[in-house]
Design a protein around this ligand. Sequence first.
Ligand code: IFL
Length: 463
Amino acid sequence: MTTSRRSLLAGSLAAGLARRLPAASRTDWPALAGEVRAEMAWAWDQYRLHAWGKDEIRPISATVSTFPMKGHHLGLSLIEALDTLWVMGLDNRFQAGVDWVKATLDFDVDGEVSVFETSIRLVGGLLSAHHASGDPVLLAKARDLADRLLPAFATPTGMPMRFVNLKTGAVRDAATNPAEVGGYLPEWGTLSRLTGDPRYHDAARRAVVAVFERRSKIDLLAVRIDAVTGRWLDRRATVGSYADSYYEYLWDALQLLGDAECRRMYDICTAAILAHQQVRRDGRLWIADVDFETGAVVSTEQDELAAFYGGLLAQGGAGATGAAVTQTWATLQDRFGVLPEGFDYATGQPTQRGNALRPELADAAFNLWLLDRNPRWRAIGRGHFLAMRRWNKAAYGYTDLADVTSDPKRQADHCPGYWWSEQMKYYYLLFSDTPRFDYARNYLTTEGNVLLGFRRSVGGRAA
Ligand code: IFL
């Protein structure tokens, strides 16, 4: 393994931060939760001042960007933030966001969106805000949006096309992937349950099965597939980008909807991944990318998005393996402070030096902690939060990083919508023991939206 002077420096800085932290047992967790809450309130107030109702804030320049529709804002960050504000007891801010949705948000726009991103972020965000407040308008908005996404599922295979026009229903791009095909069931199953209309659940489920039925003889899925012909367009099997949420939602369909057949599909896929994709190197456990028909390793590069996978493995019953995978990613956090987007375990070097303000390791730590309450998961979440506050905080909010290996880490100028929904919520839930959340029975989507587990009858602080 070669280690550059630069990465040694980044490593020693991160290790320095870790050394200064007290042991998990001596950490004042409620106080730390208060610090997370204060950062959320501050960032929201910046958003309100500089980007109100816009999709994303650029927190260095105080400008804005659109996503998921080019050139038209749909209030993405505001919607993604709602249930995080609520669970933190930031009730006045939550209500201001809900009021904006009710007064201003309109999906009748002649523009194209990614079906998957719009569903996990906006449909999911509105459903979780509805779960938090009971407000029927939020449910109606979620349903209106899902109705506009539904035309994408009218393909011969049942796998959705990737893009749809919200006004005309015109669809585009059949070259899709397991995550964007099978990433709907929790949100759309919830929508069917709440509205009594089975179309959402049924379309989402048909798509999940369509991918599963095309698995290879060794039960692996590749990363690209054609939604019209059903033919694979690639051979690489991964648990990272473009596949991650597929596996997550097979398990989640059992957890949230009691779907035993999805559990069977989860078990078959997971057994194949564990049989063919585990690689041990220098005492670490990685889930490698392999050829989906032979199981041969095709790359030693790891995608940061795969850092969520240890939490899922543990949820599905493979606790020790899930813990080992998460510990592996935590060693990279110890070394770099903030994970690089890409890392090669064979060379020991980052392959992509940026970090898009990612939540995956905090997500895994939270899921593991829910299962066994081991303080080491809280400690990983604490390291994630403190490094983020140190390196990603800018004048008007939290930003992604262009280079995690430089000193100081070089900031970019973009706060993705998921930041509001994911890590801020994971940290807070991990540290706070809030009575607003049922730690024994809950469900969070791939985007961190809480669809089960809020306790509305329990009071909280308004701010
Ligand atoms: O949108 C987020 C979500 O967690 C997901 N994939 C990547 C994003 C965060 O990195 O499913």
